[in-house]
Design a protein around this ligand. Sequence first.
Ligand SMILES: *Cc1c(COP(=O)(O)O)cnc(C)c1O
Length: 500
Amino acid sequence: MKEKYVSTRGGEANVSASEGIIKGIAKDGGLFVPSFIHDIKIDLTALKDATYGELAFEIFKYFLDDFSDEQIKGCIHNAYYTGKFENEEPVSLKKVDDRYFLELYHGPTCAFKDMALTILPYLMTTAMKNADISKDIVILTATSGDTGKAALEGFAKVPHINIVVYYPKDGVSTIQEKQMLTQDGDNTCVIGVAGNFDDTQNGVKEILNNSGLIEELREQGYVFSSANSINIGRLLPQIVYYFYSYMQLYKKAVIDLGEAVNFVVPTGNFGNILAGYYARAIGLPVSRLICASNKNNILTDFFHTGEYNRNRDFYKTMSPSMDILISSNLERLLYDITGGNSEVIANLMNQLSTDGSYALERELLFMGDDHVFYAGCANEEETAGAIKRMFEYNHYLMDPHTAVASKVYSDYRADTGDVETPTVILSTASPYKFGRSVYESIFGEVPEGMDDYAVLKELAARTQTEIPVPLRDLDQKENRHDKVCRPEEMAGCITAFLDK
Ligand SMILES: *Cc1c(COP(=O)(O)O)cnc(C)c1O
């Protein structure tokens, strides 16, 4: 018999995939995890010639316990094979010098969040059918910049779903903000929060646990859900590209089936890298998962010492999607490495919210015998240097997030001497999404008075590369959203939006 999803903090069990996707977060504040994950074993041999979609199906059928095969196939087709992505297959693997870049940014918003957020609306509407939900859903999303637009794009105009996106008002790039503010669809609402991403994410978590507000909205016919990577429906689609890139390496005769590879992941909320950990759990041969952080290197310290301590300065960097001090999905990793001990997790998370820190025995982090995780970081100067050198030596453009990962991989090679294991860097955004930073890293200061849109054109001209279609002519578009609020006013914005 298939076990189902459980909360990391022990307060909910036996939750179906549909229920988990609709709820987003468990009642006790914990995250849903697949209790059956270690029973899954993906047969690599059978997938040798699979397309991205076929791979996705083989993986999803284990996780989406109450979805029919037809439903799963429908979701995959609608997300990845109806022209939302630039190429025939949604992702591409490119070899540059001594490393492979898995480009996950060829979707509608030019960031890897599209991989999950193009399919989440289909998973969610199917889940509503399966769980017989007759209420309308209100999706709440906190964004450090990329999730917001990807979620808006995915959910705009979807019947019976409303989406409210909160972003830190001064914590995202001009292009990211413009992408969100120009979003159309009457069911969309975009709000700037006067605070940083952690304030914004905490605000959303609080709303999702605010029983008074939940009840009030229930009476009006609404239920809340989340499009953040705390939603299990965000996580599952991310497992697929780890397998896909592995199979591409096999097809290129870089590896034999069964041979282990490394993945380097530019990490913020720990969702992407956790998907890699889950991929490994269900049979993908992974040697090391290399966790790359920017100057906000709380995870680097955590993996080195076992202490997670958010009582530290918060830095705004050129890789804003990684400017995070509370990596929510770490909770799922902790659950797994403690053997599913929800009591321990509830305690640790309680310490995190009261003291801002907790400590774990270092051996638990698999840093001993098993050595799964390696962690490193890059400051601003190192990130800029990585962008510049990669362009000058290889004529390849990396966005700042990807550059953090690339720099950490170079450190890893020097530090461990492991130069043999084929290594895939997860490239999470188009360099044009962060055009100003990329331009400045390579060519130095942008000429006075040149706005961010002109910078994109200049970057394209000077590097002989093309601006991706979704980012062209963005400046011509009109803003459709302009609300700003303080963190404590976040809940009120929802009722105002729904009442309008
Ligand atoms: C969200 C994001 C990340 C961080 O991914 P997590 O799953 O939050 O760790 C890295 N790079 C880019 C461009 C992103 O948008």
